[in-house]
Design a protein. Structure first.
Length: 272
């Protein structure tokens, strides 16, 4: 169920939309100086898919995620999310903010405001970006903190929270923006092993709710058990695209096989 062939093209999307959370990336190229990091990369993501992006360090995984909400501007190509298409070079600020409002990002190092409580971190975007009044935003923030299991620490500052709790605040903050898709950049890789499980549990809940997720992760439990699809990124291209079972048990490309044996053997043994 790779879905790559079944999503509507970006052209059709401009008329009908891809569906909430559907994404179509067309010939996306990103260069840093002379280095081509993404090389005419194309991929379609269906509404509700949970996509793991794997690949060696420096492959461009972070760059790819950042282009998906235009934090990084591509040099060529276009991205459609549901009913909004943006092309490289587009500068229209209304279009940019419309596009950006489709997604939210969860970072490896949480990126919380250290001078705000958990409640403040979750509600600030709803107030500043979505224009909610304080009461409405804080009520919603309490609901979201409940959802990620942090009811009791709403008034704690990041320094008073464990890594796992901080990342769950990061996830609640992303949910607060009511995005069509959430981009996660190695959300568990900075965590002590004891906190990984609680973050994965929250991520599974989001996947089950049908929100599209694109997750850069080498966390075997996530990739194997939660992701519906795996993309192996290397050399600016998607080298392989399939279900976790296809990628792990029957990789078609020798390069995928090599990468998996180097990157995934150890964690799998650890977590068994
Ligand atoms: N802002 C930047 N300026 C110049 N080079 C960058 C920048 N960001 C990333 N790169 C380079 O792009 C390549 C891909 O980086 P990145 O997307 O972070 O890879 P990954 O997340 O897969 O490890 C690396 O060679 C990195 O050094
Ligand atoms: Mg990275």
């Amino acid at each position: 169920m790779s879905g790559a062939s079944t999503a509507a093209s970006a052209t059709e999307a401009s008329k009908t939309g891809l569906g909430k959370g559907g994404i179509s990336v067309e010939s996306l190229t990103k260069r840093f100086g002379d280095n081509t990091i993404l090389d005419a990369l194309s991929v379609d993501v269906l509404p509700g898919q949970t996509v793991a992006v794997i690949g060696p360090s420096g492959a461009g995984k972070t760059t790819f995620l950042r282009t998906l909400n235009w934090l990084e501007k591509p040099d060529e190509g276009s991205i459609t999310c549901n009913d909004v298409t943006i092309h490289a070079g587009d500068e229209d600020s209304r279009l940019l903010s419309q596009f950006r409002s489709k997604s939210a990002m969860v970072f490896q190092h949480y990126n919380l405001f250290s001078n705000m409580t958990a409640l403040g971190n979750v509600s600030i975007g709803m107030r500043r970006v979505l224009g909610m009044d304080r009461k409405t935003a804080e009520d919603k923030a309490h609901e979201l903190l409940d959802r990620v299991g942090l009811t009791d620490v709403a008034d704690h500052y990041p320094s008073q929270l464990s890594g796992g709790q901080q990342q769950r605040v990061g996830i609640a903050r992303a949910l607060a923006m009511d995005p069509e898709y959430i981009l996660f950049d190695e959300p568990t890789s900075a965590l002590d092993p004891e906190w990984v499980g609680e973050v994965l549990k929250v991520m599974r809940g989001i996947a089950d709710d049908g929100i599209t997720m694109i997750v850069v992760s080498h966390e075997m439990r996530f990739v194997r058990n939660i992701a519906s699809r795996v993309l192996f990124l290397e050399g600016g291209h998607i080298v392989e695209d399939g279900t976790p079972a296809e990628i792990f048990d029957h990789p078609r490309q020798e390069r995928t096989r090599q990468f998996l044996s180097e990157a995934f053997t150890l964690p799998e043994q650890q977590y068994r």
